[in-house]
Ligand binder design. Structure first.
Ligand SMILES: [Zn+2]
Length: 263
């Protein structure tokens, strides 16, 4: 369901069938094709990571042209590894589009039913999750690092979509973007123990975490259908030439995971 493609010089993961059947955009970006240099080379979409703001703005414009959205409507949360979920209405659309400061405060997941409002999360190893209801026409983007995963931000987002928009869990499609995975994510005793306590059925004795798998486990537990969950299976650390990886490079850029209901 997610296809890796090259468009206007950008490396992208896109869900073509969803775009075709419902006009809903789901896209994950990579490093190639932007204006940033060095550690941020080259499509860095994150403002507050040490890159030149002008280059970040240029990168967002490049992406907006390629994917067909208005850059001034790009909407982002502050992303603080919490579990605050915000519904984006017309008033909030465009928050975070031109600066880190203007992002929606303390927020790690966004939901919208507004057309032509691209919502996004920015990551470099953390798990980006896009949730789509093509029936009720609602989309969500979720940032789940280990803290957000322990706080179960993904199933909480599903619950919010249900209470606010009456979505049916059977209809929900999930897309998991590039993220660090068990192959590259060794953790200390304490963190491993707390995950083992929270998820005894899926955490083994090896001191590694596979956050995408844990998020999928949570979403299946929330009643989503396994056939509707599409994992890119890409490891950012293993593919750090193509994707930003915080663990690999420490100071680095951010890739974006974007969802938008087309009009
Ligand atoms: Zn890996």
């Amino acid at each position: 369901m997610l296809k890796r493609t090259r468009s206007d010089g950008l490396d992208l993961l896109l869900s073509y069938d969803l775009k075709e059947s419902s006009g809903i955009l789901v896209a994950f970006t990579a490093r190639l094709g932007g204006a940033s240099v060095g550690r941020y080379s080259s499509l860095n979409l994150g403002f507050d990571k040490g890159d030149d703001d002008k280059r970040v703005r240029e990168n967002r414009e490049i992406l907006a042209r390629t994917l067909g959205f208005e850059v001034s409507k790009l909407t982002l949360g502050e992303q603080v590894h919490g579990d605050k979920i915000v519904t984006v209405d017309d008033g909030l659309a465009g928050s975070g589009s031109t600066s880190a400061k203007s992002a929606i405060e303390g927020t790690d997941a966004l939901i919208t039913s507004k057309e032509d409002v691209p919502i996004a999360v920015l990551t470099a190893d953390c798990v980006p999750i896009v949730i789509v209801d093509p029936v009720k026409r609602v989309v969500a983007t979720v940032h789940a690092g280990w803290r957000g995963t322990i706080k179960e931000i993904a199933p909480k987002t599903v619950k919010r979509m249900e209470s606010e928009f009456s979505v049916s869990r059977n209809d929900l499609l999930v897309f998991i973007g590039p993220s660090i995975r068990a192959c590259s994510y060794g953790v200390g005793d304490e963190l491993h123990a707390s995950f083992k306590e929270s998820f005894p059925n899926i955490i083994g004795d090896e001191k590694v975490l596979d956050l995408p798998i844990i998020n999928i486990y949570q979403l299946l537990g929330a009643g989503l259908k396994s056939d509707n969950i599409h994992d890119s299976s890409i490891c950012t650390f293993c593919e750090s030439d193509h994707f930003f990886s915080f663990r690999k490079h420490d100071v680095t850029g951010r890739q974006g995971s974007i969802a938008m209901l087309g009009s």
